[in-house]
Design a protein around this ligand. Structure first.
Ligand SMILES: O=C(O)c1ccc2nc(N3C[C@H]4CCC[C@@H](C3)[C@@H]4OCc3c(-c4c(Cl)cccc4Cl)noc3C3CC3)sc2c1
Length: 229
């Protein structure tokens, strides 16, 4: 039911998704021993910066993305970065063999000056993603669907983005039927997570504002992608 070219498309995207990861020496920094709120924030800033770089590289491998209008490419990246990073980091929290980073990452996030009202929905999301037991192809395609959301702010040619997104949604829908035959609603559940991601993205804007109120500094790349400072 999945055509040859859909198989090829899925392979390109999944291979790119697996190839572009945070370098292990950066991830390892989570394990170093300072645990002050300041130290945690600095570490999380460094990791977010590294993850944005990884995200930009991954996006270049989405077939058709580089053919979009240049400014639209930027608008899609800016509009989806937080959501894509939530999806990517959900993997860390839901790994079968916890890489030891899981606990320390949670610890550092909980103690980095983020208010409880954002921590709760954040970890509920991580849990709800875990319950889906997505295969890596589903994770890669779902992240791609999130990046190719046509109605992000400042996107001019929404039709062009919609065409790309629909191509990916078609493959994802078929893959869900194949991977979860006992659960016909699985694809709908996956798309429901995208709604949850939009809510988290709004919380994230408030998280940034409260960090800034406490005079926290971000890196130039984070300032650019999140329009802060
Ligand atoms: O492959 C691994 O082993 C591995 C291990 C740890 C790890 N941590 C990663 N993070 C840590 C952090 C949480 C997930 C997204 C970002 C990357 C990073 O974001 C921190 C962050 C966030 C953020 C948080 Cl706290 C949660 C979810 C998403 C984001 Cl963008 N917002 O602002 C910030 C910076 C403080 C400015 S990727 C990763 C991979």
């Amino acid at each position: 039911e999945i055509t040859k070219e859909q198989q090829a498309l899925m392979k390109i995207i999944t291979d790119a998704y697996n190839r572009h990861q945070i370098p292990q020496d950066v991830a390892k920094k989570l394990l170093q021993d300072q645990y002050s709120a300041e130290e945690n924030f600095l570490l999380l800033t460094e990791m977010a910066t590294s993850q944005v770089q990884v995200l930009v590289e991954f996006t270049k491998n989405i077939p058709g993305f580089l053919s979009l209008d240049r400014e639209d490419q930027i608008a899609l990246l800016k509009g989806s970065a937080v959501e894509a990073m939530f999806l990517r980091s959900a993997q860390v929290f839901n790994r079968k063999t916890p890489s030891g980073h899981t606990e320390v990452l949670e610890e550092r996030i909980r103690k980095s000056g983020i208010s409880e009202e954002f921590i709760t929905p954040m970890f509920n999301f991580y849990k709800s993603i875990g319950e889906l037991h997505m295969v890596q192809e589903e994770q890669a395609l779902l992240t791609t669907v999130t990046i190719l959301t046509p109605d992000r702010p400042y996107v001019k040619d929404q039709q062009a983005v919609e065409r790309l997104q629909e191509t990916i949604l078609d493959v994802l829908r078929k893959l869900c039927v194949l991977q979860h035959p006992q659960e016909p609603q699985y694809f709908a559940r996956l798309l429901g997570r995208l709604t949850e991601l939009r809510t988290l993205s709004h919380y994230h804007t408030e998280m940034l504002a409260s960090w800034r109120m406490n005079d926290h500094k971000f890196t130039p790349l984070l300032c650019e992608i999140w329009d802060v400072q």
